[in-house]
Design a protein around this ligand. Structure first.
Ligand SMILES: [Zn+2]
Ligand SMILES: [Zn+2]
Length: 257
């Protein structure tokens, strides 16, 4: 399995792109940054987009990807995969012919460029060589993280969340677990805003790693707010001094496992 970071920042500005990870060339895990990072040829290989929640920084490039691909007369259909309540929200609030065209009906309902594929929480879904399992997390809108597996390896991705239990339970008992990708949006000094927006601080990360209780895996950090990058990195380095497990992700990093 190969995972390429298309964007991993908690905000957009030059040098910082919204969240998206590309798994094995054909599957996106969140879609905050796609069309500005992948060539049209690479975009045409996408078959699945796995979505954690409907906040724009995780879904916005689904819209531009659909807009690009519908003009290519090859009958491309992309599966948009998430928990049913998240797909309903996406359809009602975004793909509603007001904010953006309803690409689940275009060019025709039979060969639409986007197909919504529900993935029930807690149930594994097979997508070619990988399986995914949505696990509820704790954010300001309904949100899930995922356990992603192939035959040899597994990883957990929290998406956006504040302190939560279930995904750490699931990850800790996964025998093939190789790494986790965890959001740490804010430094500890921004605890009030972190709590209000249901994101994690460095302290929350330390608490979460105790829940995970696995010293044998790498912890990749995503979604840091660039306004507080240095402060957050210093705090994460202090945690790394204790566990030697923390790596901060950057755009275009590739994890092979
Ligand atoms: Zn969010
Ligand atoms: Zn976000």
């Amino acid at each position: 399995m190969k995972l390429r970071v298309l964007g991993c920042s908690g905000a957009e500005m030059p040098g910082h792109k919204a969240t998206a990870f590309l798994i094995n060339e054909d599957t996106l895990l969140d879609a905050g940054t796609v069309v500005s990072n992948l060539t049209l040829e690479e975009q045409m290989k996408i078959k699945n987009v796995i979505v954690t929640h409907t906040h724009l920084d995780h879904i916005k490039d689904i819209l531009f990807l659909a807009d690009n691909l519908i003009l290519i007369d090859k009958g491309i259909t992309i599966n948009i995969i998430s928990a049913p309540f998240i797909l309903e929200s996406l359809k009602m609030h975004i793909l509603n012919d007001a904010i953006w065209p309803d690409f689940t009906m275009l060019p025709t309902i039979q060969d639409a460029v986007l197909k919504l594929v529900p993935a029930d929480v807690g149930v594994e879904l097979v997508l070619g060589d990988i399986t995914i399992k949505p696990v509820k997390v704790n954010h300001t809108v309904p949100a899930v993280g995922y356990i992603v597996k192939n035959k040899d390896s597994a990883f957990a991705y929290t998406g956006d969340t504040s302190l939560t239990d279930e995904i750490w339970d699931e990850a800790s008992k996964e025998p093939k677990l190789k790494f986790v990708i965890v959001e740490t949006s804010f430094p500890n000094s921004m605890e009030r805003i972190a709590n209000a927006s249901k994101h994690m601080t460095s302290n929350d990360l330390a608490i979460s790693l105790k829940k995970l209780g696995r010293s044998d895996i790498t912890v990749y950090i995503t979604h840091i707010k660039p306004q507080f990058l240095d402060e957050t990195k210093n705090e994460l380095n202090a945690i790394d001094n204790l566990c030697s497990c923390i790596r901060i992700l950057n755009t275009n990093d590739v994890i092979e496992f």
